[in-house]
Design a binder for this molecule. Structure first.
Ligand SMILES: *Cc1c(COP(=O)(O)O)cnc(C)c1O
Length: 395
């Protein structure tokens, strides 16, 4: 399909099955599939014939979502999971055995951090955090048992970037697979596989859904890797996506391009305003000209996306007071929804990370993360402004 991205997000993966002409993909709400005869059942089990068997192995609605993601990421195949964490844990366990080693970029998602801790405690799979912009540091951390480089770019919530193409080259020299958690960018803004990375994971809960009404995850990669993952981590651990959730995600993905355009332009406007406010110490946004990585942001991201973080002049109390004054912006973790959401990483998403490590990642007590929604940006800014001014007066 040689269509432009906006068209691909709408039509990608939707034409394969005979759905009696239904424009919307039907929800195949079934656990199992009947076989016309015994021989056909045997052939499907042996793999000699294609066809559905049981919804933990494959389901037509879920398959459409997987194909949509594959088209969007430029991957051979996609594989859906019950959550972003189910997808990430499937990838980690597929690439490693007991005693192996993982290198991660700094500032990863809180539960991915928790998963790495669990893998270390139970299976002696060790990990190191690396400033992947520092070639010497990266090369010095690579060990013979290093099986995977795990990257979040932009990093949550500091919005620091990793040069994906450059890092993938170094990893491949050493025969190491590169996995990118592409949740923050979505495949509309960044396609890591096209930059040479090997595997992409998403929390589909965020931008792919776009409406805050589903938890889901997805992995995209080469045919051989995804087939292996389907036959192992997905089939036997069983963290599969439900057909109804896949349907919500298929619907969400059709509007991903126009949503990301609006999230991004709204965020750019809010960043400009926040930067001028005297109570704001610092604003982090990937494509902002004051961002340390903005020089290569445009090399790998077409726009900056909808997430930004900003540091207040003040402490934890000031950050909490600001949140409590907001009227339109909602206090919630998660991101990528129509509603603008604010959260306080130090006491919420990153509270399990020891304070010392957290500070080293650039997350201090007055940092707030904003997932800029689809509202009129002036209304979002007016709400932030009245909260900033309100706090100033109380001081
Ligand atoms: C939310 C999130 C996850 C986890 O996804 P779930 O769908 O909540 O399991 C992983 N990585 C990033 C970057 C996220 O934002």
């Amino acid at each position: 399909m040689n269509y432009r991205p906006d068209t691909k997000f709408i039509h990608g993966g939707t034409r394969e099955e005979p759905y009696h002409g239904s424009l919307s993909t039907p929800i195949f709400q079934t656990s199992t599939f009947t076989f016309p005869d015994a021989e056909e059942g045997a052939l499907r089990f042996s793999g000699e014939k294609d066809g559905y068997i049981y919804s933990r192995l494959s389901n037509p609605t879920v398959k459409v979502f997987e194909e949509k993601v594959a088209v969007a990421e430029g991957a051979d195949m996609g594989l859906a999971f019950a959550s972003g964490m189910a997808a990430i844990s499937a990838v980690f366990t597929s690439l490693t055995s007991a005693g192996d080693h993982i290198i991660c970029s700094n500032g990863i998602y809180g539960c991915t951090f928790g998963l790495l801790k669990l893998l270390k405690e139970k299976y002696q799979i060790s990990h190191d955090f690396c400033d992947m912009r520092n070639e010497q540091q990266l090369r010095s951390m690579i060990q013979p048992n290093t099986k995977c480089l795990f990257i979040e770019s932009p990093a949550n919530p500091t919005m620091k970037l990793i040069d994906l193409a450059w890092t993938a080259d170094i990893a491949h020299e050493c025969g190491i697979k590169v996995v990118v958690d592409n949740t923050f960018s979505s495949p509309y803004l960044q396609q890591p596989l096209r930059l040479g990375c090997d595997i992409v994971v998403h929390s589909a809960t965020k931008y792919l859904s776009g409406h805050g009404d589903v938890i889901g995850g997805v992995v995209a990669g080469s045919r051989s890797y995804i087939q292996e993952l389907a036959q192992t981590a997905q089939k036997d651990y069983g963290g599969i996506m439900a057909p109804m959730d896949a349907w919500l995600l298929i619907r969400g993905m059709k509007t991903l391009p126009i949503r990301m355009d609006r999230h991004s332009s709204n965020a750019v406007n809010i960043v400009e305003k926040l930067k001028q406010h005297p109570r704001v110490e610092k604003v982090n946004y990937p494509t902002d000209k004051d961002h340390p990585d903005s020089s290569f942001a445009h090399k790998q991201m077409s726009q900056g996306g909808g997430v930004l973080s900003f540091q207040l002049k003040g402490d934890k109390g000031d950050a909490q007071q600001l949140m409590n004054q907001l009227k339109l912006v909602r206090i919630a973790v998660s991101l990528g929804d129509a509603e603008t959401l604010i959260q306080h990483p130090a006491t919420m998403t990153h509270s399990l990370i020891p304070a010392k490590d957290r500070e080293a990642m650039g997350i201090n007590d007055s940092l707030l993360r904003l997932s800029v929604g689809l509202e009129a940006w002036q209304d979002i800014w007016f709400d932030l402004l009245q909260a900033l001014e309100g706090c100033a007066h109380k001081r």
